[in-house]
Write a protein that binds this ligand. Structure first.
Ligand code: URA
Length: 210
């Protein structure tokens, strides 16, 4: 697994406003979108391209285009939805699938309650969106789901991560092709499973407490 933690003053500035408990939902949503666009720039560094012949007003030349099959963006419901706009702004030609993960209260294991994805993900570069990497339970389950559908190359983009979650994903994926892109690596999880210092419940802050 490759881990990339963003180190850029603009990202840290935007994350600081995002973390602030007085930041209202509309600003929180806007900042999330902007942060994801910045993180997506890093996360797509190895997006597959093919050469393309074009003619500029001056001369014929060779450039590149994003290859087919197009990258697949997969927000994990609900909070991952808040990251979708920022991602497709950067890759408007990406396809979008959805995964809903919930924790089974008996087994405590995450399970899938909704999915809308192509049946065959072999050859697809998949970009999973989940704002908070806490224990790694739901992100880990989402990554397994994609690999079970044939994906071979998965990049997860999270605004914040806890060391516990990073370690759990690292242990789970072994030497499979997984990249984790974080806006920041925070200190720890608290006893309630919140990231510290974190930003609270990302879904609630994006959408209100319904
Ligand atoms: N999910 C959140 O929304 N926030 C946390 O701090 C941990 C998990």
């Amino acid at each position: 697994m490759r881990l990339h933690v963003a180190e850029h003053p603009l990202i840290t500035h935007k994350l600081t406003v995002l973390r602030d408990e007085t930041t209202p939902s509309p600003v929180f949503r806007q900042l999330t979108e902007e942060l994801v666009t910045l993180l997506a720039y890093e996360a797509t560094r190895n997006v597959r391209v093919e050469s393309a012949e074009i003619v500029t007003p001056v001369t014929p030349t060779t450039g590149v285009r994003i290859s087919e099959p197009r990258p697949l963006v997969v927000p994990i419901l609900r909070a991952g939805l808040g990251m979708l706009e920022g991602m497709v702004k950067l890759i408007p030609t990406a396809e979008v699938g959805f995964l809903g993960m919930v924790r089974n209260e008996e087994t405590l294991e995450p399970s899938t309650y909704a999915e809308r994805l192509p049946d065959d993900l072999s050859d697809r570069q998949c970009f999973v969106l989940d704002p908070m990497l806490a224990t790694g339970g739901s992100l880990g389950a989402a990554i397994e789901f994609l690999f079970a559908r044939g994906a071979q190359d998965v990049t997860a983009i999270c605004l914040l991560g806890a060391p516990e979650g990073v370690a759990a994903i690292e242990k789970q994926v072994g030497d499979r092709d997984v990249t984790l892109v974080l806006g920041a690596l925070d200190q720890k999880l608290n006893e309630k499973g919140y990231i510290v210092p974190g930003l609270g419940d990302a879904g609630d802050r994006l959408y209100g407490t319904v």
